[in-house]
Design a protein around this ligand. Structure first.
Ligand code: 13P
Length: 130
């Protein structure tokens, strides 16, 4: 089964997310990707990844991803939060991270932990049919 990965980054962390996704592009292309609106657009436009885009975070994108997660549809969350800037939708942000803890889904909130988790991800096996 392909791994389903959620990619989310606050504005101050979007450049880091693009760099991270570029670094792991070969791996991410083998996964099913979902992202919040603006993050997803940048991953598509700048990295060329196929991404299912939800709403932007402040408009409910975190909650849309949280809803999929609690239904068992997300295997890994990479959520590059900005720890320095207050966010209008902070309750949604906390709810998504909490949902990861409730359901024991790995959640990387910074680039170093994201790298470690992506490196550990067992890639999708391509079976040959000869
Ligand atoms: O706000 C976000 C996560 O809380 C991210 O939303 P965008 O990717 O639309 O900027």
């Amino acid at each position: 089964m392909k791994k389903r990965i959620a990619l989310i980054a606050h504005d101050q962390k979007k450049d880091d997310m693009v760099d991270l996704a570029s670094e792991f592009a070969d791996l991410l292309r083998q996964c099913i990707l979902v992202a919040t609106g603006t993050t997803g657009k940048r991953l598509h436009d700048e990295v060329g990844l196929t991404v299912e885009r939800k709403l932007s975070g402040p408009y409910g994108g975190d909650m849309q991803i949280g809803a999929e997660l609690v239904e068992g549809k997300i295997d890994l969350v990479i959520f590059l939060r900005d720890p320095m800037t207050p966010q209008a939708h902070e309750p949604d942000i906390n709810a998504l991270v909490r949902a990861c803890d409730v359901h024991n889904i790995p959640c990387a909130t910074n680039v170093t932990s994201a790298r470690m988790m992506l490196t550990q991800l067992v890639p999708h096996h391509h079976h040959s049919h000869n």
